[in-house]
Design a protein around this ligand. Structure first.
Ligand SMILES: [Mn+2]
Length: 306
């Protein structure tokens, strides 16, 4: 099995990770699975741009998401592991193992898991067609929705190379982005200590920069046009870290966002309806409901005592 002898199969940067995971019992999780939490069930879940192996990755929020949801199929739409960063500096906290462990456990529980590698985890593209512990590696995938539409699932860096004028962004952008995400990490560490909700620094910056907004809308249009040329109903991608559901003259554009800034997932309900879940908001909703329930119970028992 690949698990017991990872060094024969995996690229060098992954050997320590695989060895770690293989020797990790469920009890070794840093975040234990919550007991008795109701999982929200979906037909399909798409997540991408997790960037495991970097400080920017919000593993804790993703763990919460994975523990709160379930689906028949889950697509990992690329940049799940950041091979670019890992090659420069090995960074792999225990919570990142927790994420991998939960994904593998999902596969064992019967979720069909399709992993479409992106540009940051392109070292996995050489394993296209293979299956690791129930996780299928694909270069791209087709998904048929419950309401009979055919969607193409791919990471989306394919469309970046077409936009030659913007290619410098990838290089300058990656370094800048990394600095920003490091800052984001510390800001939110402090905010958490102060009991403030998660807040995205670069999300705010991005919305203030006109060029970034133009880039995003050009990108979305390009993706939709490619789908139309191929005669399919829509595309699901990631890559630009901006969750979105848009319609371009009958061609659907879906982006599942990321787990570095926005912390979003794309889901398909059982009737084929699609939705972007902004997980920090979902957590806030859940906690408000729990608080309401607790205070209702407290006033109940106060009445009984009176
Ligand atoms: Mn990418």
């Amino acid at each position: 099995m690949a698990d017991s002898r990872p060094s024969n199969f995996l690229p060098d940067e992954l050997v320590p990770i695989a060895t770690n995971i293989a020797s990790l019992p469920a009890r070794g999780l840093t975040v234990p699975e919550p007991q008795g939490r109701q999982r929200r069930k979906f037909r399909t879940i798409w997540i991408s741009d997790v960037h495991l192996g970097t400080k920017g990755c919000n593993a804790d929020l993703l763990i919460d998401f994975l523990d709160s949801t379930d689906s028949e199929t889950m697509y990992l739409v690329g940049d799940i592991i950041d091979g670019w960063r890992l090659r420069k500096k090995f960074y792999w906290p225990a919570s990142h193992n927790d994420v991998v462990w939960r994904v593998l456990k999902r596969a064992r529980r019967g979720t069909r898991i399709v992993y479409v590698p992106g540009n940051h985890d392109e070292f996995l593209r050489q394993f296209t067609g293979m299956n690791f512990g129930g996780v299928e590696i694909r270069r791209a995938a087709f998904h048929d929705t419950a309401d009979g539409r055919r969607l193409m699932v791919l990471h989306g860096d394919e469309f970046d190379t077409v936009m030659l004028a913007h290619r410098w962004l990838a290089f300058v952008g990656d370094a800048l982005y990394h600095v920003m995400m490091g800052l984001n990490h510390w800001v939110n560490l402090v905010r958490r200590k102060l009991d403030l909700p998660y807040w995205s620094l670069s999300k705010m910056a991005k919305h203030k920069v006109k060029n970034a907004v133009e880039f995003i809308s050009q990108y979305e249009e390009l993706v939709a046009r490619a789908a139309r040329e191929r005669g399919i109903d829509g595309v699901v991608c990631g890559h630009i870290h901006t969750a979105e559901i848009r319609d371009f003259d009958g061609v659907a554009y879906y982006n599942d966002g990321d787990w570095v800034e926005g912390c979003t997932a794309l889901v398909e309900h059982f009737d084929g309806r699609m939705e972007v879940l902004h997980w920090p908001e979902e957590i806030a909703k859940r906690e408000a409901e729990e608080a309401e329930f607790q205070s209702a119970r407290a006033s109940e028992s106060a009445k009984e005592a009176a």
